[in-house]
Unconditional design. Structure first.
Length: 431
């Protein structure tokens, strides 16, 4: 009777709240598993276990400990499972298990998946789940095979596991590694860097974009506006980043391209991020803040958000509707984009202010880098994560969680429908 009553209560919860609670519960489970004696070679504090679990589920990659030396094989498998779940999304995992056990999906479960991927009622939920699982398996399997070519000669059978761990981490934009220095030892390996970069890009495009590109639809001739914007922004940012890092950091074309890719929420690095020049630092912050695309394994404010926010402002100045590829973009979409942009900036500002008080001995530039990296679920750091106090770690944990679940999803958990009331217009002078 008690369990049935609890189940009925859960069914009545908003789908956005279920998503947020789902991620939170997985984080707590991951924290417990990482604190088990056989998960680590030495005891870690509860706050560090919570930090790592959050970073994994939120596919960030920041860690206060060295993963390769502190976690046992079991702990590394737990960590890999956490960022695999985090990349796919709690909703996909839950609904997949339900489908396997009883084969039917309730309306609530379908709504959960649609909420997670931001799709409408016309989208077939089971087809989404099937495509996500199959495409993930294929990409990670191919990545593992290619990376094994590089790692097996050096590490033997262990190299196959390292290749799998790295491939899963890359596709899910997690940024965790088993080398201790990310991919710095492979900064001249085209096979490793291009394989990892390809997995990051594919994972960051978004499952809906991949599905539209790979699976022809019966009544669709042209690509959707969403897919066109994602592809356009991805190409522009990759080109801008590559050329920018060649100029500002004097990197090779291979390293510059990899830096342009990884800054967009992946978290791997081929050189020490603490030696960034001021100009490369600004470019990195810009790319991290934008991040990947919606419905993907990456974070950030998203490419479509930036495109919509900037494009709508220009349209507003011209006194015209926001038209993209001969399609009208609704005011609701524009408001959401501007709102996400504003809230993200405010969160970064206040988080930096708090960390500047709790970490007076750490340069503000390094703290700013850490905050943006956390909120955008990137995972790049200027080597200060292990130096943070408990207060600072809690702030970073909070930012990673918000960054993965989503600003709008979190805020919708606390919103309630209100009666529509018409008010007289109030004049406000701005600018």
């Amino acid at each position: 009777m008690g369990i049935s009553h609890i189940h009925q209560k859960i069914k009545k919860l908003p789908s956005s709240l279920l998503l947020a609670l789902g991620f939170f519960c997985i984080i707590l489970l991951g924290t417990f598993l990482l604190m088990l004696p056989f998960s680590t070679t030495k005891a870690i504090s509860p706050i560090d276990a919570l930090f790592i679990a959050t970073s994994a589920v939120c596919v960030t990659g920041l860690s206060p400990i060295e993963i390769c030396s502190t976690l046992t094989l079991f702990g590394q498998i737990v960590l890999m499972s956490l960022f695999q779940i985090g990349g796919l999304g709690y909703a996909i995992l839950l609904v997949s298990l339900i489908t396997i056990t009883n084969g039917t999906l309730s309306f609530k479960n379908k709504l959960l998946v649609r909420e997670s991927f931001g799709v409408d009622n016309r989208t077939n939920t089971k087809e989404i789940i099937k495509f996500v699982l199959i495409s993930t398996f294929i990409c990670e399997a191919l990545g593992t095979i290619l990376l094994s070519v590089a790692f097996f000669p050096q590490y033997g059978n262990r190299g196959i596991f390292i290749a799998l761990f790295t491939a899963v981490s890359a596709f899910n934009n997690a940024g965790f590694d088993l080398f201790g220095n990310s991919l710095i030892s492979y900064n001249d390996s085209a096979l490793v860097l291009l394989t990892v970069a390809s997995l990051i890009i594919i994972g960051g495009l978004g499952f809906l974009v991949l599905r539209e590109l790979l699976i022809p639809q019966r009544h669709r001739i042209r690509l959707s506006v969403h897919t066109k914007i994602v592809l356009l922004m991805t190409i522009i940012l990759l080109l801008l980043g590559t050329v920018g890092f060649i100029i500002t950091q004097k990197l090779s074309v291979l390293e510059a391209f990899f830096q342009a890719v990884t800054t967009r929420t992946a978290g791997f690095c081929s050189f020490d991020q603490s030696i960034l020049t001021p100009k490369a630092y600004v470019l990195t912050i810009f790319l991290m803040f934008i991040g990947a695309s919606p419905c993907s394994t990456g974070g950030g404010i998203k490419t479509t958000t930036l495109f919509t926010a900037i494009g709508s402002c220009f349209s507003l100045l011209k006194g015209k509707d926001f038209i993209v590829f001969k399609r009208y973009i609704s005011k609701d979409t524009v408001i959401k984009a501007l709102f996400i942009f504003l809230v993200a900036i405010l969160m970064i500002f206040f988080s930096c202010m708090i960390l500047s008080f709790s970490e007076p001995d750490i340069p503000l530039s390094a703290l700013f880098y850490e905050v943006v990296s956390a909120l955008a679920t990137v995972g790049l750091s200027q080597n200060i994560t292990s130096l943070l106090s408990v207060t600072s770690k809690i702030i970073i944990i909070f930012l990673m969680y918000i960054g993965r679940v989503g600003i709008l999803t979190i805020l919708s958990c606390f919103s309630s429908e209100a009666k529509h009331i018409e008010y007289l217009e109030g004049k406000v002078i701005v600018g």
